[in-house]
Design a protein around this ligand. Structure first.
Ligand code: HEC
Length: 142
């Protein structure tokens, strides 16, 4: 009984610790980009082709049409679908796949998700927080 309580406390302490590292890392990343010459969150090829989208609207659509059921709340992937963000495939491929998937994923036609809906979902997926590097988590980096 004591051992069980003790291990519960250890697990809880560990998860708070990992959470804190995540918050600290995000904070550091945020302030590192604040003074940058080109303050943009868009990078690489995805930025070149992605239309403007609204992160909060995308989040709502992502939940409403059920993407979260397989790709999980933060698009991090799970047992039923792969990770989508924060570095998704280029927008054109992203949309093509959602319209005409070739595997286990159900298709979403333009009637269900408009082009603007796709842009909003894409913005949401790209804005997901980046996990801390494994090397930044002492418990995992040994
Ligand atoms: C029923 C589960 C399920 C739902 C719901 C679902 N997906 Fe998927 N998705 C998958 C699976 C599984 C794959 C991997 C390929 C396959 O089997 O189709 C995938 C693949 C993808 C890919 C391709 C990723 C790549 O690397 O090429 C994209 C993009 C995607 N999903 C976006 C979405 C979006 C956006 C939604 C909501 C509109 C959604 N999915 C809803 C299961 C799902």
């Amino acid at each position: 009984m004591v051992a069980r309580i003790r291990s519960a406390v250890v697990v809880q302490t560990m998860s708070s610790f990992v959470f804190l590292i995540g918050v600290t890392t995000l904070h550091t990343q945020g302030s590192a980009t604040e003074g940058a010459a080109a303050p943009t969150t868009q990078t690489g090829q995805a930025a070149a082709t992605a239309p403007p989208g609204r992160v909060d609207v995308g989040a709502a659509i992502y939940r409403k049409v059920g993407c979260f059921q397989c790709h999980v709340n933060e698009a991090q992937g799970g047992a039923n679908g792969p990770k989508l963000g924060p570095d998704p495939v280029p927008f054109t491929r992203f949309t093509q796949y959602v319209r005409r998937p070739t595997g286990d994923m159900p298709p979403y036609s333009e009637k269900v998700l408009s082009a603007q809906d796709m842009a909003d979902i894409y913005a949401f997926v790209r804005a997901r927080p980046r996990p801390p590097a494994v090397s930044a988590i002492p418990l995992l980096a040994q």
